[in-house]
Ligand binder design. Structure first.
Ligand code: NAD
Ligand code: GLY
Length: 361
């Protein structure tokens, strides 16, 4: 039988657990801290029919309410945030009450932001149900919503009190969504985890077959990688920026294509662009791009934009990304696989040249 795994994340003000279970949602390790508190579970129209009832039953000692939102990145907006806030207001939630997010990264980010903003901050628990949210989005306290100008432009750092993962929930996840999660796993390999990159390459079949032991290993390792970085730099003053490998390109792709690409797919495409730019600027070998493309393709992830988006459009959108400082591009580039670094002051012409080498001719 596969055992549960706990990864703790220790920050200056608090430590919280990421508890990974093979086949159930289980609150037993955090039950004591929930005593007597009202709970609002936020989910969406896809996830709620699958898991809401089971999760509600876990809170049998609490007064529980639900807030069910529409499904999709395009609903990660002010209207959905307002709906959560209105639910909290109508049920008179106060600072001792708790929000719970049940869903993927979209629900997690919005619930976290509602928790950060209601009464200047209440507690919340993440129950992520996509691979991407289990290995990345639910961990580390970045919360937020999108603005028409770009992704996640409105938000706050607000850490959850716990992350509860049931990997069995991945069995209902559409294959394309599962693969998109692998895009973020490959990212950890590209940042500073070369052995993990090779491990992913070796375990493609077992991962695709969702072998429980392999998924437990995959998810716990990624959570540990992320915890290690967030523990050093909770508010992204330095090393945490490495977690944005592929993201400035990726966010531009998501916005330019009106979210035609899933977040993990766009991050994969963005990593290919980052590798190309790194090679053109002389930081790494051209073969790094190919190695990334091979692994992305092994998980059926795109390596070339299909849409007819110009390099200039992507560059313009990259300029509205949060990582632009004093109008200068700050991007995560690679000195090799597993050798990512923060590169400052990158010129538009260099970015355009790399983008043109990655777009269909
Ligand atoms: P998502 O939340 O849109 O979920 C993907 C789809 O899967 C949705 O349709 C959802 O309803 C469905 N779904 C979720 N769980 C399911 C299940 N178990 N079975 C069947 N269907 C299920 O997408 P995502 O990839 O989880 O998250 C992407 C979001 O996460 C983006 O908005 C991105 O910006 C954000 N993100 C945040 C961070 C962070 O640090 N806060 C990190 C990475 C990504
Ligand atoms: N996903 C990037 C971060 O959490 O910092």
């Amino acid at each position: 039988m596969t055992e549960s795994i706990q990864v703790d994340i220790s920050l200056p003000k608090e430590t919280y657990p990421i508890i990974i279970h093979p086949d159930q949602f289980d609150l037993s390790r955090i039950k004591a801290q929930l005593k007597g508190r009202k709970v609002m579970i936020v989910s969406n129209e896809t996830v709620a029919p699958l898991y809401l009832q089971t999760v509600v039953e876990l809170f049998n000692d609490n007064l529980v309410f639900n807030c069910i939102l529409k499904d999709g990145e395009k609903y990660k907006n002010m209207q959905s945030w307002q709906m959560i806030i209105d639910h909290l207001a109508s049920k008179q939630f106060n600072r001792s009450d708790v929000l719970v997010s049940l869903g993927g990264g979209v629900i997690g980010d919005m619930t976290g932001f509602a928790a950060a903003s209601w009464m200047r901050g209440i507690d919340y628990i993440q129950m992520p149900t996509t691979l991407l949210s289990q290995i990345d989005a639910s961990v580390g306290g970045k919360t937020g919503i999108n603005h028409s100008q770009g992704k996640n432009l409105i938000g706050a750092f607000h850490q959850p009190k716990a992350v509860i993962i049931n990997i069995d929930s991945l069995n209902t996840l559409p294959e394309r969504e599962f693969n998109a999660g692998i895009g973020e796993a490959i990212k950890y390999g590209g940042i500073d985890q070369l052995p993990f990159f090779y491990w992913l390459s070796q375990e493609v079949d077992a991962i695709k077959n969702k072998t429980p032991e392999i998924l437990m290993q995959l998810i716990s390792q990624c959570c540990q990688f992320k915890a290690d970085i967030v523990e050093q730099d909770e508010k992204e003053q330095g090393v945490r920026a490495l977690l944005n490998l592929g993201h400035t390109f990726g966010h531009a792709i998501e916005t330019a294509t009106n979210y035609h690409y899933l977040h993990g797919e766009a991050v994969g495409l963005g990593m290919v662009m980052a590798a190309e730019l790194s090679a053109q600027m002389g930081y790494c070998e051209a073969s790094i791009r190919k190695m990334l493309e091979n692994l992305l393709q092994a998980f059926d992830l795109p390596i070339m934009l299909e849409s007819n988006i110009s390099a200039n459009t992507l560059l313009r959108l990259m300029k509205s990304d949060k990582k632009v400082i004093n109008d200068e591009h700050r991007l995560i580039l690679m000195k090799g696989l597993g050798g990512s670094f923060i590169a400052e002051g990158i010129k538009d012409t260099d970015i355009l040249s790399a983008l043109n080498s990655c777009l269909p001719s």
